[in-house]
Design a protein around this ligand. Structure first.
Ligand SMILES: Nc1nc2c(ncn2[C@@H]2O[C@H](COP(=O)(O)OP(=O)(O)OP(=O)(O)O)[C@@H](O)[C@H]2O)c(=O)[nH]1
Ligand SMILES: [Mg+2]
Ligand SMILES: [Zn+2]
Length: 328
């Protein structure tokens, strides 16, 4: 007889089956209806990286165990907001972005970094394809280092491989369960092919990318021979935060939150308030304009979600009563 409540690790989820690892073996299990009864705010009932309990037959998933962490984003769905859990039980997030081909997209990177910060998961930025645009790489490295983000500038192109940063990244991967996320064509799978011995993930051609097609179509959890796990994911076009309040946002941008005590208003949202230290820092070039733009876009979405009747274009929906100047 099968022992009850065997534990398994979710490696990959297809439309109807889920690939799990159990006692060193991989098994494919059906995605049973019972799983869909709970977690109603989530688009799917389980995510790659989840630990699950199997039923007594060992042929179906009975329950999902509580997660130690999750990286999630707002699912592109109609009506009520839903969360798409990109990865579960992870200890590190890598926002992967190419400096050219496709061009660097700050809002996407900032969305991933903010989502990780919200869950208190350490995150780093990996710049890829620096062989194609070294100056862009320097510019973005400086902007993010200034924002307190660990940046690894890499190239995996033949003859241009950045040995030192690739080695540094390899060490990080061995120490963690890492999820890589970024735009399609950024070079996520190429990076893992270089870093993980024996792995041969499919990588895309530039034509493929220009047509807006993804090469990686499923999230997949890979065990690294020297320890650690990494999750390769399909490319994303955007990374909108799920249910994040307007007051919470500034704390997801460390370089913004440190300036808050210098703003005149305690409840300053750093939009159009008078004597805002954040806006002044942007004007003086001390805070990256692109980071501030990302913050403002997220703030607009958050305020719209909090007050759907607010007029479009009105950036800040703060109540007048909450605007209390500090005592100086
Ligand atoms: N020049 C250059 N090209 C690179 C580098 N890294 C990746 N590429 C190319 O970029 C293209 C896309 O790489 P992929 O690894 O498939 O990108 P991906 O992020 O996994 O894409 P999706 O799976 O669609 O999300 C491929 O043609 C790679 O050869 C690099 O460092 N330099
Ligand atoms: Mg890929
Ligand atoms: Zn302010």
């Amino acid at each position: 007889m099968q022992p009850s409540s065997q534990q398994a690790l979710v490696l990959r989820i297809d439309a109807k089956v889920c690939h799990v690892e159990i006692g060193g073996e991989t098994r494919q299990l059906p995605l049973a209806g019972k799983l869909f009864e709970d977690r109603s705010h989530e688009k799917r009932p389980l995510a790659v990286g989840d630990r699950v309990l199997l039923d007594t037959t060992g042929r179906a998933i009975d329950a999902v165990l509580p997660r130690s962490s999750q990286l999630h984003r707002r699912a592109a769905s109609e009506g009520e907001e839903r969360a798409q859990v990109v990865a579960a039980n992870i200890t590190h997030v890598l926002a992967v972005a190419s400096v050219a081909s496709p061009p660097f997209q700050p809002e996407l990177v900032d969305g991933i970094l903010a989502a990780a910060a919200r869950e208190r998961i350490p995150a780093s930025l990996v710049l890829t394809k620096i062989d194609l645009a070294p100056d862009e790489a320097k510019r973005w490295s400086a902007a993010y280092a200034h924002a307190g983000v660990r940046v690894l500038a890499t190239s995996t192109a033949e003859g241009h491989a950045t040995e030192d940063t690739l080695r540094e990244l390899g060490v990080l991967l061995h120490q963690n369960r890492t999820v890589v996320s970024g735009l399609s064509g950024a070079g996520k799978s190429s990076l893992l092919n270089t870093l993980v011995p024996g792995v041969k993930l499919r990588t895309g051609s530039l034509n493929h990318i220009r047509q807006g097609r993804h090469t990686t179509t499923h999230t997949e959890l890979l065990a690294l021979p020297g320890g650690g796990h990494v999750l390769d994911t399909p490319g994303v076009r955007n990374f909108h935060l799920f249910c994040t309040g307007s007051q919470e946002l500034q704390f997801l941008f460390p370089e913004i939150s440190t300036l808050l005590p210098s703003c005149e208003y305690r409840s300053c949202l750093h939009a159009d308030e008078a004597n805002c230290a954040v806006r002044s820092a942007v004007e003086r070039g001390e805070l990256a304009a692109s980071r501030y733009r990302s913050y403002r876009t997220m703030l607009r979405h958050a305020l719209e979600a909090e007050d759907p009747t607010a007029q479009p274009g009105r950036d800040s929906g703060r109540g007048g009563g909450r605007r209390r100047p500090r005592r100086r």
